[in-house]
Design a protein around this ligand. Structure first.
Ligand SMILES: Cc1cc2nc3c(=O)[nH]c(=O)nc-3n(C[C@H](O)[C@H](O)[C@H](O)COP(=O)(O)OP(=O)(O)OC[C@H]3O[C@@H](n4cnc5c(N)ncnc54)[C@H](O)[C@@H]3O)c2cc1C
Length: 319
């Protein structure tokens, strides 16, 4: 019953057997990302509590397969051959938002979409999180990536996060509360290990009028529409080098509009790669390699990927 596309079908079957009837074998993964390229996950599972996390951990240990937690797939590039591991999705149990008006804080489950969080806070008169409306990720993915924009980021708003470690142990992994200063958040990175799963985050805002906050949201949405492409993409492909923005580097090397197969450097924003419907991850990777080569040739700058590569050699989640 286990597809022979995987190099170790026995490991895949073992993981699926431990996970039980809710495991999905050969489940769509690349198709669920915002790039909509790339293949399936060998096994996918949705967790809705500590017992589920424990079973995922056991499945990983029993099979030897890697586990990767998937948020909204807005910063992932999945290989065309797929991911021979366990893709962990967080379900409704991690989808709640609680706003505390008394101290302008909000507690959000890791599965909550940032734009939803930003709008809910704004309409409740909590300011300071408007920037998140432009980032199509989840709260969990945003903590790991220290997502940000429009002059702010997760590091500036986060108070603390509940994190479970899927490494070792027989009991359900406890959700340990970590203060923001222990998470080593830096520019589009954190000190989280691959086995760390963010479950909840508590964020600080400030009291404001809903009208002011919603106006700011509308302004950010307008700016995004005018300055970033739509379609199939994973946002900024490369991190900004210390000297300049990655987009400016790519532009100066004359690469706007450069195409390799189904992947094109966006004509709207040069740090975005847009894929054609039915496109491949291989074309995106080939274009990334070509951009890096030509930017280095042009300015000596070595661009580093911001997007997380999944299922490629040396992955699942290299920074
Ligand atoms: C159009 C567009 C615009 C974008 N603009 C911005 C921007 O302005 N600023 C910015 O910072 N980013 C931007 N991004 C990138 C992306 O939205 C962010 O990096 C976001 O934080 C990723 O969240 P996600 O839930 O989609 O994570 P995913 O893409 O699903 O995963 C990214 C990484 O986070 C990990 N992860 C996901 N959930 C969890 C969890 N619960 N616990 C632990 N690890 C987890 C994954 O394992 C993976 O390593 C943009 C993307 C797009 C498509």
């Amino acid at each position: 019953m286990c597809p022979e596309r995987w190099s170790d079908p026995e490991a895949v079957s073992t993981a699926a057997a431990v996970l039980g009837s809710r495991a999905r074998i050969d489940a769509p993964l690349g198709a669920l990302t915002t790039s909509r390229v790339g293949g399936p996950a060998a096994v996918a599972f949705e967790a809705n509590g500590p017992a589920d996390l424990q079973v995922v951990r056991t499945a990983g240990e029993a099979s030897g397969l890697d586990i990767i937690v998937i948020g909204r797939g807005s910063n992932l590039l999945v290989a065309d051959s797929g991911f021979e591991g366990i893709a962990l999705f967080l379900g409704e149990a991690y989808g709640e938002v609680e706003i505390d008006q008394t101290d302008a804080t909000v507690t959000a489950g890791a599965a909550v979409a940032l734009p939803v969080l930003a709008r809910q806070c704004a309409s409740a008169g909590i300011g300071g999180l408007e920037w998140a409306v432009g980032v199509p990720g989840s709260v969990g993915g945003a903590v790991r990536m220290n997502a940000g924009g429009h002059g702010s980021d997760m590091a500036s708003c986060l108070l603390d996060a509940d994190i479970a470690d899927l490494n070792g142990g027989d009991a359900p992994p406890p959700a340990v509360n970590h203060r923001v200063d222990s998470l080593a958040l830096g520019y589009r990175r954190s000190g989280l290990a691959d086995s760390d799963v963010v479950l909840r985050a508590r964020l600080r805002g400030h009291p404001t009028s809903p009208e002011v906050a919603m106006d700011r949201i509308a302004e950010i949405v307008r700016w995004r529409r005018e300055n970033q492409p739509g379609g199939q993409n994973a946002g900024s492909v490369f991190m900004n080098p210390p000297s300049d923005s990655a987009g400016a580097q790519i532009d100066q090397a004359g690469l706007r509009g450069l195409r390799m197969g189904s992947a094109e450097v966006s004509r709207v924003h040069a740090n975005f790669i847009v894929s054609d419907p039915g496109g491949t991850a291989a074309d995106v990777v080939a274009l990334m390699d070509e951009i890096r080569r030509r930017v280095h040739e042009h300015s000596g700058v070595v661009l580093q990927p911001e997007v997380r590569m999944v299922g490629f050699e040396g992955s699942p989640t290299p920074a």
